[in-house]
Design a protein around this ligand. Sequence first.
Ligand SMILES: Nc1ncnc2c1ncn2[C@@H]1O[C@H](COP(=O)(O)OP(=O)(O)OP(=O)(O)O)[C@@H](O)[C@H]1O
Length: 487
Amino acid sequence: MNINMLSDEDKMPMLETTLDNLREGVNVVDENGTLIFSNRASADYAHSTVSKMIGSQITEFYPRAALLEVLRTKKPQLDVKIEHDDGRKYVVNAVPLIINGKFKGGVATFRDVTEIENLGQKLELLKQELTFSKVDDAFELIVGKDGSLKEAIIIAQRSIGALGGPRHSVISGESGTGKTLLARAMFYFAKKIHVISEDASFIEVNCAQFTNPDIAAVEIFGSEKGAFTGATEKRGLFELADGGVLFLDEAHALAHYQTMLLKAVESGKIRRIGGRKDIDINVIVIAASTKNLKNVLLPELYQRLAQYEIKLPPLRERPLSEKEKLLNCFIENYEYNAGDKYNVKLKIDFTNEAKGILLNAYYPRNIRQFRDITYATIDAAVPLISDVPASKKVTAVVDINHIPFYMFESSGSDGVYQEQEEPKTIESFNFDDSKMDREEILNKIIFTLNEKGLGPRKIARVLEEKGYDIKYYQVAYRLKKQRNSNI
Ligand SMILES: Nc1ncnc2c1ncn2[C@@H]1O[C@H](COP(=O)(O)OP(=O)(O)OP(=O)(O)O)[C@@H](O)[C@H]1O
């Protein structure tokens, strides 16, 4: 029996059952972006139901859907990585839906790669640990050490190494500005100067990851058997960090347990949830947050934690020279990984235009986003491992066409330090520094966006959001001039 032997009536339920049992999400939209089909996995990812989704605009559930690009350009979007506002990451394949030769919308299949990415991040931390253990100065790996982060690093060193003994500290800064990296550097610094022992632990916890504050409390303070239904005897993170550093990332989420936290940092004692006796702990607490902890925590707790207050500036406030250094670090890492994983001798070159666009873009999620977009750009320029020549030597030139399209989209921001920069006029960009002709760059952006299906008004809007002051008719004029010169 094959599918054609089924009646039309039977075919549909069979297809629906098949699609509903896929782990991949599936969405189908008509040419207006209205969902005409979603499978169960897609509804689960969107925290909705299939019946609620069908008939609605896809943007209600997937604001950055790759299908929007398919509708705009009528071209496939393959292996696109999209990060949604809730932090989940998806790899999407979206293609036009052509019926009887006519464009009718688009079909997307996608899978959630958040867990894989998180594992990748853990691996990165392990690598970082290896690197830290090799350098003499733990802060050496931090780009900006002698520049925009000089002050922050001096305070960090004092918090660990002052003669009065190590103190707790607070690191604040937008998401992706390097709070975890700095906390780790402080931990290695403490080891190097023998403030903590060689086998001391660095325990890191993202306090915002817990859906329920009670679960967070059990994780952090531990629990005694029978403290609540199903409770087991459990050592909390404070106990695990004893003798070392406890890094409380997104510490504002601990607001429910401030008195317990206060006791821990004030008297060096904790009590497990449901426990009757205090346990002595000797821990350096580094609390980090994207929010201003002063406004969230009890004043006495804030005062105890923020004995040293370290502020990390957002990427947009760091000088171009530091951004270039970061870019070079990302490129070196990429080349190193190709050698390490596949034994490929990879050499990556960037055209000035591509470099200029990456360096001048606005990254609401700061260095992490700058890194991820750089890697995605390089991904598009290098061959697949299956196409690498037998010599295992590869040179890749990254140009403007390799930059992912979503770079040019307006990007949302999060966190409290996210004030937009003053819109810059085109003239105020210092293109001389990056040895580029600014007119050439602007034209390239305009033509690339136009090739991707955007009209002058949309292009002007995108450029305005990126800080370029240009009117739609100026864009139209440039496009017309270009077209005439091509005739
Ligand atoms: N000054 C820097 N020099 C080199 N790399 C950096 C620097 N700052 C951050 N990075 C890199 O950027 C990425 C994000 O940094 P990190 O995780 O420390 O940020 P974060 O502020 O802790 O982020 P979040 O608020 O999301 O927890 C990491 O890969 C880190 O190594």
